[in-house]
Design a binder for this molecule. Structure first.
Ligand SMILES: NC(=O)C1=CN([C@@H]2O[C@H](COP(=O)(O)OP(=O)(O)OC[C@H]3O[C@@H](n4cnc5c(N)ncnc54)[C@H](OP(=O)(O)O)[C@@H]3O)[C@@H](O)[C@H]2O)C=CC1
Ligand SMILES: O=C(O)CCC(=O)C(=O)O
Length: 479
């Protein structure tokens, strides 16, 4: 059994879960310990006990740990990428890219540990000095999803540690291996006992402890809206700080003046790569009528030839869906789209096996046209390779529809018009806007997050991560 890390010790769980490869469901990656509530509480106690010393550690100590972890992750990107592709099902190049992203995130926050600063501001009263400093929060609980098994843990964990917090992390049950690799790396590089604790297990059990235990000062979560709402309620009830990154129904606008190749490439990447399982995926393509037919024809042709296969096979462009229940959700939405009167022009068929005959959760990427904004497929997050096209008259109608959603994570536009690109950047109601680029696949050193129902709390990543992982103190001194 592959163990949890609690108080610097590797510990068995009362149960174990099997980590299954979605490209070949006969392939069991390993048996991973599942912590129970009692072990989760032990992990919280360990993090609490480790906090005083870690919060007083020098920036050099934190830099050294994070920098060493980053170097190892980068050096092992091919091996860890293979593991990630095997447990989650994104393609090998995507998985290796994600591992590199995680390594770079550790390096970035190693630097941030050295840069934690403050301000000295003259008081409005004579003879008084004011200092503004940032302090760690205490114990931070990290609850992470399955779709970015190493990058999301990294972008929560690295800033938490850089700013002097101790951590209990609960990765998604479906993808324990990448999170375990992070724990192993930190442990071997001398992370002090209790500073980082890994508790793999069920959200309803292990996650629930993190939400309810008063010794946990803050929660950072990425996942579904439904779970995010539960987390918000639990944190508000005991006044814990929290940060939520949830779903998206991200629009990509394609205008008549767009470069067709650029628009199709951005749509394919945004909508279908990583099997559409990204909160930044564009699942609504809002297309003006002058380019609509050409765009749909070119996109359909590209999708007909796209290679859906084993995630780790050379040449695969789209891997499997992560598991049977997500595949069921994708198929249910395809049926809903058809029942709503949308026309499926390509894809949507289950493929039972890889090209080598391995049983997996494969789905041909689906495209709906003749859709209307009020259809459920245009309002709810599907989280699979299922995309719809909405035809519009002009830019103004496109912008209005792009913003007509309860979500606000990312929004894209394909256009050669500087006027429309500039206007869209200003008026898209989203946390991230992309011009002539996919909406998914973001940089690791700049803020990440959204508005409306997509996100709550301060931004993640880049310098802005300090807003969540520190608390500000204002000190007055009479000389
Ligand atoms: N925006 C995004 O980045 C993501 C969105 N999603 C959306 O969510 C849907 C469902 O995916 P799913 O993985 O079930 O998402 P969840 O929101 O259920 O899972 C995200 C994390 O929260 C944990 N969790 C679940 N329930 C609780 C709870 N009551 N208390 C504390 N933690 C909890 C999960 O644990 P565990 O899984 O181990 O039980 C996991 O670690 C997807 O189909 C997709 O639409 C999913 C992933 C990422
Ligand atoms: O698009 C990306 O690079 C990040 C997406 C993401 O964080 C998510 O899907 O949860």
């Amino acid at each position: 059994m592959i163990q949890n890390l609690i108080a610097g010790e590797w510990v068995e769980g009362p149960r174990a879960s099997r980590n299954i490869n979605p490209s070949d469901t006969r392939d069991v990656i390993g048996e991973y310990a599942q912590a129970d509530a009692a072990q989760a509480r032990e992990a919280v106690a360990a993090a609490r006990a480790a906090f005083p010393a870690w919060s007083q550690s020098t920036p050099q100590q934190r830099f050294d740990l994070l920098d060493a972890a980053g170097s190892e992750i980068l050096a092992r990107r091919a091996e860890l990428g293979d593991l990630l592709a095997r447990e989650e099902g994104k393609t090998l190049p995507e998985a290796i890219g994600e591992v590199a992203r995680a390594g770079n995130i550790f390096k970035f926050f190693a630097g941030e540990a050295l840069r934690v600063g403050g301000e000295s501001i003259p008081s409005v009263r004579p003879g008084i000095g004011v200092e503004v400093t940032r302090e760690p929060l205490g114990v931070v609980g990290l609850i992470t999803p399955w779709n970015f098994p190493i990058a999301i843990p990294a972008w929560k964990l690295a800033p938490a540690l850089a700013f002097g917090n101790t951590v209990v992390m609960k990765p998604a049950e479906l993808v324990p291996a990448s999170a375990w690799a992070l724990a192993d790396i930190l442990h071997r590089h001398g992370c002090p006992k209790g500073v980082f604790n890994l508790v793999m297990g069920r959200g309803s059990e292990v996650g629930a402890v993190l939400l309810d235990d008063r010794r946990v000062d803050a929660i950072s979560f990425t996942g579904s809206v439904a779970t995010g709402q539960k987390i918000a309620q639990a944190c508000v009830a005991r006044m814990a700080k929290f940060q939520l990154e949830m779903g998206g129904k991200n629009p990509m606008v394609v205008l008549d003046d767009a470069d067709l190749d650029v628009a199709v490439a951005a749509a394919v990447n945004s909508g279908y790569f990583s099997t559409g399982q990204r909160c930044t995926a564009s699942s609504r393509l809002i297309v003006t009528r002058g380019i609509h037919d050409r765009f749909v024809a070119a996109l359909t042709e590209r999708l007909r030839s796209i290679k859906v296969d084993d995630a780790r096979k050379a040449g695969t462009e789209i891997g499997p869906v992560v598991d049977a229940s997500q595949l069921e959700q994708d198929l249910a939405y395809i049926a809903i789209g058809e029942a709503e009167g949308a026309r499926r022009v390509v894809g949507g068929e289950v493929i039972a096996q890889s090209s080598d005959g391995a049983p997996g959760h494969y789905l041909r990427p689906a495209l709906f046209v003749d859709t209307t904004p009020e259809m459920r497929i245009n309002r709810e997050e599907i989280f699979g390779p299922v995309v719809s096209v909405i035809a519009v008259r002009d830019y103004d109608e496109a912008l209005a529809l792009a913003n007509d959603t309860p979500f606000g994570l990312a929004a894209g536009i394909a256009t050669t018009s500087l006027k429309h690109a500039t206007h869209f950047k200003r008026h898209a109601q989203a946390g991230m806007v992309m011009v002539n680029l996919p909406t998914a696949g973001v940089d690791y050193h700049v803020p990440f997050g959204g508005r409306k129902g997509s996100s709550h709390g301060p931004r993640e990543q880049g310098r802005y991560a300090a807003e969540f992982y520190t608390t500000v103190k204002t000190a007055y001194t009479q000389a």
